[in-house]
Design a protein around this ligand. Structure first.
Ligand code: SF4
Length: 355
């Protein structure tokens, strides 16, 4: 109890005198803007989010603007931020708030939590930042600080550990200053008690931080599972016909759903040139090849791009695919690696207009 009181008061004092972290959504009380920033911040660094947050608010100042927007336009603006599920949820939730809540962001915690893409952490952030409600946020920052300061050996990635940390965080929260306290703990984790090189030498908790005193800071928080990363090979045919390229929208429940891609090739490497020769009547020397990589949380992608030009459109391209002028490719949302492939294929060619 004594340590808990010390933790709370010291954290708030640090926030008052030492916290210089500036972010565009800080001190915001508009739930729409808080929600938008929190969704963008999931698995993404704050610095990377800032330009996207500002761009979104410039295009969609109100939640109704987002709900009524052309979805492809929203995806295009999201391009580069990754984790596109968040963008799909953003659109679904904006529409639900307009249709079911008359365009007013709900203030009831349970209703906030029921929104698509909003978990316990995001709901607590919205409830406390927008409505000053006493819900403690528990994100990676909070797990780390509490695990280190209190020397908690419970893992943060099983149900028991999660529930333990949630209860502790809620007990530590300053009930009358929930917004201030939540902001303080998140900023502290992002700027002082950082994952790899925490600033223990200048930390206000140093004297009472058990992990620091034991010299075990980097052992915390404890995790049970290691993220399993699958290596995945993909191949695309980037086919140019006159001044156009064939693309299609990804519909499957897989990575990059709703984004655009070139013509996917799904056979073995050995059969690839045979496939191209059969369908497009081309030789190996007519094809330019380049490899791109992209790292996702659970997948390491190696993507082979085969670029070539055709004089006639074969039957396999007449269904599913659309031929889009090269100068218009910029208006479609592509995954990062395929955007790089477009740059590789066209940036050196004059009069194409690709930036
Ligand atoms: Fe984190 Fe180090 Fe401070 Fe402990 S002393 S709270 S580990 S920064």
């Amino acid at each position: 109890m004594k340590d808990e009181l010390f933790f709370r008061t010291t954290l708030l004092a640090w926030h008052k005198t030492n916290n210089a972290r500036q972010l565009p959504w800080k001190n915001e009380s508009d739930p729409y803007k808080i929600w938008l920033s929190e969704i963008m911040l999931q698995q993404t660094r704050a610095e990377a989010v800032i330009p996207f947050y500002e761009k979104f608010l410039a295009h969609f100042p109100q939640i109704s603007d987002l709900a009524n927007a052309n979805e492809q336009h929203v995806f295009k603006l999201w391009e580069g931020l990754g984790y596109y599920n968040r963008c799909r949820n953003l659109i679904t939730t904006a529409k639900a708030i307009v249709q079911e809540h008359g365009g007013i962001f709900p203030s009831d915690y349970k209703q906030i939590l029921a929104l698509k893409g909003v978990g316990v952490y995001t709901a607590a952030a919205i409830a406390s930042f927008a409505y000053e409600q006493a819900y403690a946020v528990v994100d990676g920052n909070v797990y780390r600080i509490l695990a280190r300061f209190f020397h908690i050996e419970k893992p943060i990635d099983n149900a028991e550990g999660k529930s333990f940390f949630q209860t502790l965080a809620q007990r530590l929260l300053h009930l009358q200053k929930a917004k201030l306290y939540n902001q303080a703990i998140m900023d502290f984790g992002a700027t002082v008690c950082t994952p790899k090189q925490p600033h223990c030498h200048s930390c206000v908790f140093q004297q009472r931080c058990i992990s620091f005193q034991k010299g075990l800071v980097l052992n915390f928080p404890v995790k049970l599972k290691k993220t399993k990363v699958i290596k995945r090979q993909m191949a695309y045919l980037m086919i140019q016909y006159k001044n156009k390229i064939f693309i299609q929208q990804r519909k499957e429940n897989d990575i990059w759903k709703n984004l655009y891609e070139f013509v996917p090739y799904e056979g073995t490497k050995k059969e690839l040139y045979e496939y191209i020769s059969t369908h497009f009547d081309l030789n190996k020397s007519d094809i330019q090849q380049q490899i791109f990589t992209q790292q996702l949380t659970h997948q390491e992608l190696t993507i082979t791009i085969l670029f070539f030009q055709i004089q006639h459109i074969p039957a396999i391209l007449t269904t599913n695919f659309v031929a889009v002028p090269i100068t218009k490719l910029n208006t479609f949302a592509f995954p990062k690696a395929l955007r790089e492939a477009i740059l590789w294929a066209f940036s050196k060619k004059k009069n194409i207009g690709i930036k």
